[in-house]
Ligand binder design. Sequence first.
Ligand SMILES: [Zn+2]
Length: 126
Amino acid sequence: MVSAQGRPAGRNREQINTPSGRGVPYDATMAATAARVARNEELFAEANDRIATLAGLLPPRRLVPFLCECPSAACAEIAELSLGEYAALRLFPNRFAVAASCRTGDRPETLIVERNERFTVVDRIA
Ligand SMILES: [Zn+2]
């Protein structure tokens, strides 16, 4: 039998431990970086919206070269999506397409939703 006695209810979730002890303390620099990341992703998403509008003139199943929507302003990778895939992505404001060849998309504050040979769909969760 396992007894719950001696463990105060509701206390466990308040403990924030990093198992490796390598946790990085949150500071203003990280906040500024997070804001810049969010801004970059939104700028790329806006640019991609314009590409999608122009691509509306193409046959519907044709793959369209979109800009990688990872946080790096220096990234020049291309993610190929159909217009249907892109439209599904834009239904969620925090969802972005990262090129399969891009390595800056794997960040701790993103959640991978879908990955295929052309692109990775991530949700920004911070
Ligand atoms: Zn990228």
